[in-house]
Design a protein around this ligand. Structure first.
Ligand SMILES: Nc1nc2c(ncn2[C@@H]2O[C@H](COP(=O)(O)OP(=O)(O)OP(=O)(O)O)[C@@H](O)[C@H]2O)c(=O)[nH]1
Ligand SMILES: [Mg+2]
Length: 188
């Protein structure tokens, strides 16, 4: 019997930024070339990060507009957030401020683990959001920043590792449960 940290992650961002593909890559299901909008689902995943066993529930928001998912789902259900934008779509980056403000307002605190993810770095030639600007924005909003390509499978698992590490800095977020089932577990 192991002690497990249960983490509930919401993946948010405007349509088309690559949320579902990020979740797919984390779950080792590969890259989906066809755009299949608005899939909304929660997946369960076990992994071991820094010798700590985590039971992760990851929710792919798939909302028609970014904020409607936040409004329709009680934010208390989630203790971590991954906010995805596309580095080739400025609007998807500008949207993040609204999402962050909403999360902090609803949670009534800024002590919330948030990872901002700039996706589609394989399209670097078409970049509309500079790395420096995204990093500065993230730092000034108390968030981590990471760049990925779900298409090239670049840095996707690190998103999960980073948010789980960040989560452990917030002890009240670490709901430990006795986890009795034998589980297949990824080890990082
Ligand atoms: N070039 C490139 N295309 C990507 C990448 N990630 C996603 N895409 C493409 O972008 C489109 C949208 O990807 P999804 O993962 O479905 O985006 P989503 O955020 O889940 O979209 P909604 O469900 O509508 O909110 C698809 O056509 C993907 O193939 C990437 O890293 N690079
Ligand atoms: Mg989707």
């Amino acid at each position: 019997m192991n002690q497990t940290i249960t983490v509930k992650i919401a993946v948010l961002g405007l349509p088309g930024v690559g949320k579902s593909n990020l979740v797919n890559q984390i779950l080792s299901r590969g890259f989906f070339h066809n755009y299949d909008p608005f899939i909304e689902d929660t997946f369960q995943y076990s992994c071991c990060v820094d010798n700590e066993l985590h039971l992760v529930y990851i929710s792919d928001s798939g909302a028609e507009d970014g904020l409607s998912f936040l409004c329709q789902n009680p934010l208390e259900e989630f203790n971590c957030f991954i906010l995805v934008f596309s580095i080739v779509d400025l609007d998807s980056f500008l949207y993040l401020k609204k999402a962050i403000n909403y999360i902090y307002y609803q949670k009534n605190t800024e002590e919330v683990p948030i990872l901002i993810v700039g996706n589609k770095i394989d399209l670097i030639d078409q970049r509309k959001v500079l790395f420096e600007n995204a990093l500065e924005f993230s730092n000034s909003n108390n968030c981590l920043y990471w760049e990925i390509s779900t298409k090239n499978q670049e840095n996707c698992n690190e998103c999960l590792i980073q948010i789980l590490r960040e989560n452990r800095k917030f002890p009240t977020n670490c709901y430990c449960e006795i986890y009795e089932k034998e589980n297949k577990c990824e080890i990082f």
